[in-house]
Design a protein around this ligand. Structure first.
Ligand code: FAD
Ligand code: EGU
Length: 470
């Protein structure tokens, strides 16, 4: 729009949703000089005492860090996170086995969700061209006019117009509702049968109850628990379990029986009374996987973060993917000179395949872990991944490495992983065939003296099996 002075007034961008992705996105648009207004349902969480929400802490990895770096926030957030250099696998017998994420410098970070959100909101407010509107719940908006209607707690309404609407209002997005009414909008959502519950593991004598620089995992096929460290020396333990299993446990004693059977080593660390009390504090919470396309309407509206792609957390990538959405959109803005009519369709074209790929990967990993991942299998697979990567560093790159420690496009990481799987399976097949042929040849050439063969005694088998099962 041209002012009388001939100076172009900056376009107005409305970011709906002041969660993790909305707050970061606001920084991106403000950095570009747009007039940015953020509209957030909740009160300012920086004034709230307790922030109700989903996971208390999250794993921040490379993609998310790169997005934070672009707006100068990486060092601050990293300094408030706890590095996790390896996974610590807890077996049913309580044995702990570390598996490094990679080389020395390769670690992921446990970050506090509420603190991250507060830091991003505060950073966004440092831009003079930024306006924060808390207690503003979007009720409806028009793709034709870009007019949005917000309701306030006092029952009043605000009507706001913007040149661009950025929907960052999460998995149950109101912005996306208008997309659903339009022809050729593809949408799918899947609730998985598992729920999750968070339990707190307090410090012991002022120190972490377990080693802090690890992502602790108790893989138990149908059940799984993971624990991430917090700056206050607690761990947030997230228990994943089918809802019908949650519902079977109705008394404190049944909680104890369950934990005794599957997570016995955590009982003294979480505490019997805390387990019996906190298990019933909240019900198991649902996890949903949402995919949709296109992400835009004309040159008027674009979806990012969970509003565009909610993923199950079994790759620790939801927030990282949403943060990466911000970088990708900004790169396209740079390429296409901020021309929304070109930027929005290009963003859909580029980003949909990648966000769908990570949604599929996370669901695949959930199914894989539920089906046959116990501590032995998890250890075997991760050690195999790391061994093959050590042998052929430029040919075999573990999928989790591409996902977690690079900005390899998610869909290209999946393509590469499928190619590698073929190479490994063929290699194993040729290797096995070669071993059988070679062994047979040697046996025929030099038949063994049957009297000298070592037949494992009963005692030897028992010893071997005890090694394997512990
Ligand atoms: C158990 C669990 C563990 C997870 N672990 C990880 C992890 O380790 N690493 C990782 O990267 N990701 C993880 N995630 C995913 C991560 O939490 C999400 O991907 C991330 O929070 C998405 O951010 P967002 O800003 O898009 O949405 P949200 O965080 O949901 O924010 C949406 C915001 O919009 C606001 N809003 C909603 N509706 C309206 C409306 N009508 N008007 C105005 N405002 C509105 C909400 O109040 C909220 O503030 C996990 C998720 C779960 C459930
Ligand atoms: C706060 O709630 C949550 C909930 C789930 C997660 C996180 C935080 C963080 N998560 C990460 N997952 C990976 C990963 O790539 N894979 C394949 C794994 C997947 C699972 Cl399910 C797992 F238990 C370990 C690994 C592992 O490899 O360590 C990372 Cl790397 S971080 C999962």
């Amino acid at each position: 729009m041209e002012e009388p002075t001939g100076r172009l007034t900056p376009k107005k961008v409305a970011v709906v949703g002041g969660g993790l992705v909305g707050a970061l996105n606001a920084c991106y648009f403000a950095k570009r000089g747009f007039d940015v207004e953020v509209f957030e349902t909740r009160e300012d969480i920086r004034q709230a005492k307790v922030v109700k929400g989903r996971s208390i802490n999250l794993a921040l990895s490379h993609r998310g860090r790169q997005a934070l770096k672009h707006v100068g926030m990486e060092d601050k957030i990293v300094s408030q996170g706890i590095p996790m250099h390896a996974r610590m696998i807890h077996s049913p017998s309580g044995k702990q086995s570390p598996i490094p994420y990679g080389k020395k410098g390769q670690f992921i970070l446990s970050v506090d969700r509420a603190n991250l959100n507060k830091e991003l909101l505060t950073e966004a407010e440092t831009y003079p061209n930024m306006k924060m509107n808390f207690d503003h719940k979007l009720k409806d908006w028009s793709p034709e006019t870009g007019l949005m209607t917000f309701t306030r707690l006092d029952g009043s309404h605000d009507q706001i117009q913007a040149d661009l609407i950025v929907g960052c209002d999460g998995a149950f997005s109101t912005i996306r509702k208008q997309f659903l009414r339009r022809s050729r909008f593809n949408y799918s959502q899947t609730y998985i049968p598992h729920g999750y519950m968070e339990l707190t593991m307090p410090p012991v004598n002022g120190e972490f109850a377990m080693k802090p620089d690890y992502l602790h995992i108790w893989p138990r096929n149908t059940f799984m628990m993971i624990a991430l460290p917090n700056l206050d020396k607690t761990f947030t333990c997230t228990l994943f379990m089918p809802f019908d299993e949650f519902e079977k446990i109705t008394t404190g004693d049944e909680v104890m029986e369950f934990f005794q059977e599957y997570f016995a080593d955590t009982i003294p660390l979480i505490g019997v009374d805390a387990l019996k009390r906190d298990y019933f504090r909240l019900p198991g919470l649902a996890m949903v996987s949402i995919k949709c396309s296109p992400y835009h309407i004309g040159d008027k509206c674009v979806l990012m973060g969970d509003a565009a792609h909610a993923v199950v957390p079994f790759y620790g990538q939801g927030m990282n993917a949403g943060f990466e959405d911000c970088i990708v959109f900004d790169e396209i803005m740079e390429q296409l000179n901020e021309d929304f009519s070109a930027v929005l369709p290009e963003y859909t074209r580029v980003r949909v395949p990648d966000d769908h790929a990570i949604a599929d990967l996370a669901m695949y990993n959930y199914i894989e872990m539920r089906a046959h991942v116990n501590s032995k299998w998890f250890l075997f697979r991760k050690h195999l991944d790391n061994f093959l990567h050590f042998l052929l560093p430029n040919t075999i790159v573990p999928l989790y490495t591409m996902v977690t420690f690079t900005r390899t496009r998610y869909h290209k990481a999946v393509d590469r992983w499928q190619w590698q799987d073929k190479v490994i399976n063929r290699g194993l097949l040729f290797g096995a065939t070669g071993a059988v042929l070679g062994g047979s040849y040697l046996l025929i050439k030099n038949p063994p003296d049957i009297n000298k063969l070592i037949i494992p005694t009963e005692k030897m088998w028992a010893r071997l099996m005890s090694l394997w099962t512990n």
